[in-house]
Design a protein around this ligand. Structure first.
Ligand code: ADP
Length: 271
């Protein structure tokens, strides 16, 4: 594989920002063991907005945790950029997570005692780095939170708190931002605003975003939707509309013989 001009091992747009080969993850043990991921091989392109959808229990969270290096697979390999994280030491992986990944959670996960500015700078501080001041200003202005930097999280609305979390995720210029149901705790207006801003980070800054959601309506913001069923990719849709996603989810694993019979054949009125 060729080196980037800057000599890093970062993926560039069009290359895989994250990928897995034959990843299997089981939870529990003995009779209660669950196969959460079943030999999953996927590749997520850099500079794109990829969503992972699927029914509850299909393995979405497990896949995101494995992709982000928060959980290790039982079998298979995971790469962030050109680096295989499944062979890294815990220390190297923690370092890579701090410097090269950003997270946006459903519950915002801001530190209540720190100001907005301190929250945004925290990952950089933990990694022993400084936030690039110009970039920090660009991001906070673009996210509409530049006037809130001295506030504490409890002084902000949910939508504002999630925009702070997005700023915190973007400010290190990570290789990948992982978002887990980022609109789950927001009203529809604030949720749409957060989605527009995440999508803008992809279009305007070339950010790679991988997001887990169960909401087909959010697929309007995605370049690609990977649908999981029973721990395996069941569909891979490019630029799908919400109807196509909802339709695919509805028909997952449906045996054609399970189609409801026409009303008159159900015997409701049969004698
Ligand atoms: P999703 O995010 O799509 O709802 P998950 O990845 O959370 O799916 O779960 C996939 C499967 O693994 C489910 O059957 C779930 O019950 C099981 N599972 C997830 N985490 C654990 C765990 N810590 N212990 C036991 N089973 C788990």
């Amino acid at each position: 594989m060729t080196e980037n001009p800057d000599g890093t091992d970062e993926a560039v747009t069009g290359e895989a920002a994250v990928r897995t080969t034959d990843v299997t993850r089981r939870h529990g043990s003995g009779e209660n063991q669950v196969l959460a991921l079943d030999r999953v091989s996927i590749s997520v392109e850099a500079g794109r907005f990829t969503m992972i959808m699927g029914p509850s229990g299909s393995g979405k969270s497990t896949l995101m945790h494995v992709l982000a290096g928060l959980d290790s697979p039982d079998e298979g390999r995971v790469f962030i950029g050109r680096r295989e994280i499944t062979e890294m030491s815990d220390k190297a992986l923690t370092e890579l997570r701090r410097t090269r990944t950003g997270f946006v959670f459903q519950s915002f996960n801001l530190i209540p005692t720190l100001s907005v500015e301190q929250n945004i700078g925290l990952p950089a501080q933990l990694a022993g780095e400084k936030v690039d001041a110009d970039w920090g200003r660009t991001v906070t202005e673009r996210l509409g939170i530049a006037a809130l930097l001295d506030r504490k999280p409890h002084e902000l609305s949910g939508g504002q708190q999630q925009r702070v979390a997005v700023a915190r995720a973007l400010v290190n210029r990570p290789a990948v931002v992982f978002a887990d149901e980022p609109t789950g705790n927001l009203d529809s207006v604030s949720g749409a605003e957060v989605m527009r801003l995440l999508a803008a980070a992809v279009r305007e800054y070339g950010q790679t975003v991988v997001m887990v959601t169960h909401d087909p309506g959010l697929s309007v913001y995605a370049d690609r939707v990977i649908i999981l069923a029973d721990g395996r990719p069941a569909a891979d849709l490019t630029d799908p509309g919400p109807e196509a996603v909802a339709d695919t989810l509805l028909h997952l694993n449906q045996d054609p013989r399970d189609e409801p019979l026409p009303f008159r054949e159900q015997g409701a009125f049969a004698r």
